[in-house]
Write a protein that binds this ligand. Structure first.
Ligand SMILES: [Zn+2]
Length: 191
């Protein structure tokens, strides 16, 4: 018979090598031995430590979700990403849960424009990957392209795709990209 707790704690005693004496007194003596007690305390400490780390990560994860959802909401509403920090401060005033979790120390709050852009890039990457996956699996795809001029008078070609959604088998349109073009002549667009 071996003691799993002592073996895992890499102790060296009769119960780590295999003890054939299974008498109650032998087992009782081992249970109160300093080796077994130390192994037992170590194991329970290890388990509490792991649990503490896991719960702390879960809480921080909720904070990151608030940040990601805030960024996504700003984009969906067509509001400047520059307002990300202001939005989080407002949510904090409203006592929204988990916003405080983004505070790590006195100066780290994860609400700068750099963080906002990085979060936006991460969301965009996931959306693009999902569109790519849908396009790969769709039985037919069409490309829609139209020339447009933006607010800075830059001419561009707006490219979208229309494909069959795998979830409900209905046609859906996804924006793909903006391509800058020198002019809006048909030849430039088609080339
Ligand atoms: Zn033991």
């Amino acid at each position: 018979m071996t003691c799993k707790i002592c073996v895992q704690a890499r102790k060296s005693n009769a119960f780590t090598q295999g003890n054939s004496n299974l008498g109650t007194s032998t087992l009782s003596r081992h249970a109160v031995s300093s080796d077994h007690q130390a192994a037992f305390v170590g194991k329970s400490m290890e388990s509490s430590f792991t649990k503490a780390i896991e719960s702390s990560l879960k809480v921080k994860e909720k904070g990151v979700k608030v940040a990601l959802k805030s960024i996504y909401w700003l984009a969906k509403e067509g509001i400047s990403t520059h307002k990300y920090s202001s939005l989080l401060s407002f949510l904090e005033i409203l006592d929204c849960p988990n916003v405080q979790e983004l505070h790590c120390g006195a100066n780290v709050t994860y609400r700068t424009d750099v963080i906002a852009n990085e979060l936006q890039d991460s969301i965009a990457q996931v959306i693009r990957e999902n569109i790519d996956k849908e396009a790969e699996q769709s039985s037919c795809i069409s490309i829609l392209a139209d020339e447009s001029t933006d607010i800075s008078v830059t001419q561009m070609l707006v490219v979208s795709t229309r494909l069959i959604s795998l979830t409900d088998f209905k046609p859906v349109t996804h924006f793909l990209t903006n391509v800058h073009v020198l002019d809006s002549k048909a030849a430039t667009v088609t080339d």
